[in-house]
Design a protein around this ligand. Structure first.
Ligand code: ZN
Length: 112
């Protein structure tokens, strides 16, 4: 996992590639706010969490200040990381288990 980095456009463009990958948003106390993934463009996905662009009001009210991420070779690896971090960090704004893009995938932690 790389980070943490302050959540702003300059840091995202300097560190995050436009590939598949997973990320964790944290608040100023380093508590996990949200875990997510992108199967094609992690750079663009993270920019949607900038304060001025965040559309999820719950995440917005939780004031994520920093992020961690890992780029991956494909979307299935991104899903596996998202699952591991979801179970490990219990982010406050994830209302459901990460969604898989293929029925053939399984969560490495709980098997869902
Ligand atoms: Zn699971």
């Amino acid at each position: 996992m790389r980070g943490k980095f302050t959540l702003n456009t300059a840091n995202i463009d300097a560190t995050v590639p436009a590939t598949s990958g997973a990320y964790v948003l944290v608040n100023s106390s380093n508590n996990a706010v949200y875990v997510g993934m992108s199967d094609t463009d992690l750079n663009g996905r993270l920019k949607n969490h900038l304060p001025e662009r965040e559309e999820n009001s719950w995440i917005k009210r939780s004031f994520p200040t920093d992020f961690y991420f890992e780029s991956t070779a494909n979307s299935q690896e991104a899903y596996r990381l998202e699952c591991e971090w979801f179970h490990q960090y219990r982010p406050s704004c994830n209302t459901a288990h990460p969604a898989k893009l293929s029925y053939s995938w399984a969560c490495p932690i709980c098997g869902l």
